[in-house]
Design a protein around this ligand. Sequence first.
Ligand code: NAD
Ligand code: TYD
Length: 377
Amino acid sequence: MNGFRSGVKGQLVLVTGGAGFIGSAVVRELGKSTRADIVNVDKLTYAGNHDSVGAEAFDGRYTFVRADICDAVAMQEVFEAYRPDVVMHLAAESHVDRSIAGPAAFIETNIVGTYTLLEVARTYWEGLGLSDPEKANGFRFHHVSTDEVYGDLYGTDDLFREATPYAPSSPYSASKAGSDHLVRAWQRTFGLPTLISNCSNNYGPYQFPEKLIPLMILNARDGKPLPVYGNGQQVRDWLYVEDHARALIRVATEGEVGETYNIGGHNEVTNLEVVERICELLEELAPYKPEGVNHYRDLITFVADRPGHDLRYAIDASKIERELGWVPSETFETGLRKTVQWYLDNGDWVEGVTSGAYRDWVEKHYGEQAVDRANDG
Ligand code: NAD
Ligand code: TYD
């Protein structure tokens, strides 16, 4: 194990994508439960927001570098300047619908960006092997990925296991699958000490409101339609983001090099049920509704399905539970309640991220959905 969980100062963790939803939860958790120094490299795309990090709490242990992981020179400078012990690579384009509307950025960041980072990490690690063999021995590159690389589990009771063959359906999941393959190849061919984790759908505070749960909470709060794709019977396996962040730190520090760990919360729920539960929670937590709304659930609107939509994801997380002793601490009930309350309480953060670019996306994507719906009808 690398030591920083036990409080040894001097370990430096380089997080990519640390201004995003999960990356910021990782940075906050590293700040809270370890004494590691943290360098956060993020391009600050539409999905990145530095306010999510809460860096003021870190007592001088935190550095932010605004840079693109596809920029090899910038990445080299970061590695040379900060000499990381551990890399936790989360930077990615992450939204399936955007990958359908425009795949290029997904190929660029998820595949080319991961390749760039692997090459820079390899050069750095090989150099360490000559100058500081002990540090080279402890070095780890943890690549954070998704269960969507495994494809669709519809029509079976099976779960995704670490050995499940890859069968990605969307440009997003295909680009993540490509990046996972690169990471495995760099481990096997060059010996780079890598680890991979594949996690199910996350939810919780600071998630950009283009994803199902925050979108539904905020639309309902504002009395807008709740757009459920197709019949809403698709199943996702939900994990509270802070549980994921703790699992990632466990993998990065205690996982076995070369291994893959599946992470999930054992919470299989249909999309329609998720939306209905959000509506029920809002009835309790936000009883004063927008004008014209009798019940939040009346806002549920079935819209055109997502092309290539995977019908079911579900994770077997027994390996990380057994080998690394990680278990989630939130149930879907407790986590969803906290999440709804957080979005109700944090209007300023929501205001800050829902810029013109966000409004353009909503207009374009759901505007088109509305047209499809009218044509279907
Ligand atoms: P996110 O979209 O909220 O955040 C991504 C972050 O990466 C943003 O801060 C963005 O600015 C940054 N970024 C994007 N392109 C970059 C580039 N070229 N260079 C540097 N930074 C860049 O994503 P998320 O939901 O936090 O997901 C983080 C990681 O976890 C991703 O790799 C994703 O595939 C994976 N994952 C997500 C989920 C989920 O449910 N959200 C589940 C499993 C795995
Ligand atoms: P999403 O949050 O985009 O995550 P992912 O596609 O990575 O699973 O979507 C979760 C599920 O919710 C997915 O089955 C698509 C569905 N969905 C809707 O029904 N309506 C929406 O407006 C959105 C954004 C998603």
